[in-house]
Design a binder for this molecule. Structure first.
Ligand code: ZN
Length: 203
């Protein structure tokens, strides 16, 4: 198995420092998922690894559907690796929907793909759109799992925050579980370092 953490680190997708997460909590690490897909060759290789897992587990897929924007590149590469159709859903007026002439048929077997799954909220919104068209969600996939949801084969229990259904398989290449801290209990703050919001310094 490829060293996924090394690939993320080398592509600048796994940042080490002192970060303020969107939750307001602090962490020593931050995943900038888009960076790992910056190199199309690397994106292709990662998607192939994910496709192998899906095929190995006997999951038959007609179409990969990704929630925009984050999942689009990962979904497209995964669809290419699986040799199936690639579509995406997107939010309009805050509601996830199928646009741009994309269609789904009754009974079509759809895999929902993200670049990273944290709680799986966007993936579940995409799944609801797919099911509203009469298609069937057969599995979920992401390149990276933040460790709240239980990826197939990891043997770990899903945390209460995970929104993915336990009865459907979830495939991911790696668990990225980082310790997160309340600002007032953050050991990095205690050492006197200043937390930054990822993106605020061009990262
Ligand atoms: Zn801190």
């Amino acid at each position: 198995m490829a060293d996924i953490e090394k690939i993320y680190r080398e592509s600048g997708a796994l940042l080490e420092g002192h970060f303020i997460l969107s939750s307001g909590k602090h962490s020593k690490y931050y995943l900038q998922s888009a960076k790992v897909l910056e190199d199309p060759k690397r994106a292709e290789e990662l998607a192939k690894l994910l496709a192998e897992e899906i095929v190995k587990n006997g999951i038959e897929v007609d179409t990969v559907c990704a929630p925009a924007l984050g999942g689009v590149l990962a979904g497209y590469e995964l669809a290419r690796a699986l040799g199936v159709r690639s579509i995406f859903v997107e939010r309009k007026d805050g509601v996830m929907q199928l646009r741009r002439g994309f269609e789904l048929s009754r009974g079509e077997r759809v895999l929902i793909c993200e670049d990273i799954i944290t709680t799986g909220g966007s993936a579940m919104e995409a799944a609801a759109v797919v099911e509203s068209k009469g298609a069937e969600v057969v599995a979920f996939a992401a390149l990276a799992n933040r460790g709240l949801c239980s990826r197939s084969g990891s043997g770990k229990e899903a945390a209460a925050e995970c929104k993915l259904p336990a009865q459907k398989p979830f495939f991911a290449l790696e668990d990225f579980e980082f310790e997160i801290f309340e600002p007032q209990e953050c050991p990095l703050c205690a050492e006197g370092s200043e937390a930054v919001k990822p993106g605020s310094r061009g990262n």
